[in-house]
Write a protein that binds this ligand. Structure first.
Ligand SMILES: [Zn+2]
Length: 198
């Protein structure tokens, strides 16, 4: 049987959790996490955000060691995709990336003619009752299920991130709207924490 344990960082000789954590920012210089939709029409969003900020590298290149092993990357921007590009589906990624990379920005992007604008929370909940025989009305907050108003959904998602204990207070939070046909990216919400008083 294949020895899968040898592929685990913590099983490598001479490395422990603290030393690995200090190494991760040297593997990839991550600065920004982009949260966007799994809609195949919006695969250009991470690149558009990188160009909007101007000081990001995306997709960058994978870095190889002398043996050809993949040991890092030059990208500064990571992307996490979920249905609608919603903050609720990105919380675990924000906490994990903070632990490994101590990054700076979270950018939530909602896009024109998103599937999440084609239904209501009530419609989805009713369908689950009828088709699956289950009540999921308390499984998710309703505002995270569909998009009724882009400005509200972006403000809601930035506020959801800001209020979550797993989202570090130093992070800059942004909400953008992306037009799938023109490729235009518009900033709708910006929440930059004020620097700590000295
Ligand atoms: Zn979408």
């Amino acid at each position: 049987m294949c020895d899968l344990a040898k592929f685990r960082f913590l099983n490598l000789p001479g490395l422990d959790e603290a030393s690995l954590r200090s190494l991760f920012p040297t593997f990839v210089p991550m600065k920004t996490l982009v949260v966007y939709c799994i809609d195949p029409r919006v695969s250009g969003i991470p690149k558009a955000v990188a160009e909007h900020f101007g000081d990001e590298i995306y997709p960058g290149e994978v870095i190889l060691d002398e043996s050809g092993n993949k040991v890092g990357a030059t990208t500064t921007l990571f992307a996490v995709a979920n249905a609608g590009g919603r903050a609720i589906g990105a919380l675990q990624s924000v906490s994990t990336m903070q632990y490994l990379f101590n990054f700076k920005n979270v950018v939530v992007v909602h896009h024109s003619f998103c599937g999440a604008t084609s239904f209501t929370p009530e419609g989805l909940i009713e369908a689950f009752k009828k088709e699956e025989g289950v009540d999921i009305s308390s499984a998710y907050d309703r505002e995270s299920l569909s998009i009724a108003d882009y400005e509200k959904s972006l403000k809601y998602d930035v506020a959801l991130l800001r209020s979550n204990t797993g989202v570090p207070k130093h992070l800059n939070l942004y909400g953008f709207f992306y037009n799938i046909d023109s490729g235009e990216l518009v900033e709708v919400v910006r929440d930059i924490p004020s620097p700590n008083p000295t």
